[in-house]
Write a protein that binds this ligand. Structure first.
Ligand code: SF4
Length: 221
């Protein structure tokens, strides 16, 4: 099988074990704020901080930059890295009225450029915002996604996250990439864990380079 066929097969099998695709119910600005909050922490912590921010801003996140720093810090403290995140959030919400419509209209690559010009927004964060807030065709790669893809060996070892994202964006549509991204994360959290992947339970083992290598090493012993 060529690379495209392998990706389609992995997608199909993951959809069988994770049948319901994730669809967060957030406004675009809530999604953008959530994405900044969720860096280097769990979704649960980010959700908690998003709710704290909604509470202190009376439901209007665009007012965030007007609030005292101490109020904001206690709202986002559970997420960690709060001084960098605060700086990122302030820049994001104060620019939001100017950029929201542009992000909706711009092609994804220009949206990525616009978002990454803000502090604390890297290309992965920009892609998550564009995928989940504006349904653009982007393929964000977080650590779970990256680990699973690397182990599967679908892409050359030398390809970095941006190169893999660009390949996926070129060859697949937005719905495919959104579901694939999310299901790779789910596999990475439940089966293909960082320390001890549970390969025997995994529906992808016959497609996986890491599994093949492990099996061959065992057989040689
Ligand atoms: S077979 Fe093992 S290493 Fe490969 S994707 Fe599945 S859990 Fe991960």
């Amino acid at each position: 099988m060529g690379r495209i066929e392998v990706i389609k097969e992995v997608y199909r099998r993951l959809k069988e074990i994770f049948p319901i695709p994730y669809r967060p119910n957030r406004t675009p600005v809530e999604q953008a704020v959530f994405t900044v909050l969720s860096q280097n922490t769990t979704d649960r912590n980010a959700e908690k901080c998003l709710n704290n921010l909604k509470k202190v801003t009376g439901g209007n996140l665009l007012k965030l930059a007007e609030l005292p720093e101490s109020t904001l810090i206690s709202a986002i403290r559970p997420c960690g890295m709060f001084s960098q995140k605060l700086k990122g959030l302030k820049a994001l919400v104060s620019n939001w009225p100017k950029i929201e419509e542009r992000l909706r209209k711009l092609p994804p690559e220009e949206g990525i450029e616009l978002l990454t010009s803000l502090p604390f927004v890297g290309s992965k964060t920009a892609r998550v915002i564009l995928t989940f807030a504006f349904e653009k065709n982007t393929f964000p790669i977080d650590t779970h996604c990256y680990r699973v893809l690397k182990r599967l060996g679908i892409f050359p070892e030398s390809w970095d996250k941006d190169r893999i994202s660009e390949f996926m964006e070129k060859h697949f549509d937005g719905e495919f990439n959104r579901v694939f991204h999310y299901n790779l994360i789910r596999l990475g959290r439940t089966i293909c864990k960082a320390r001890k992947p549970e390969c025997e339970k995994c529906p992808l083992k016959d497609l996986c380079g890491y599994y093949r290598e492990k099996k061959e090493t065992k057989e040689e012993k």
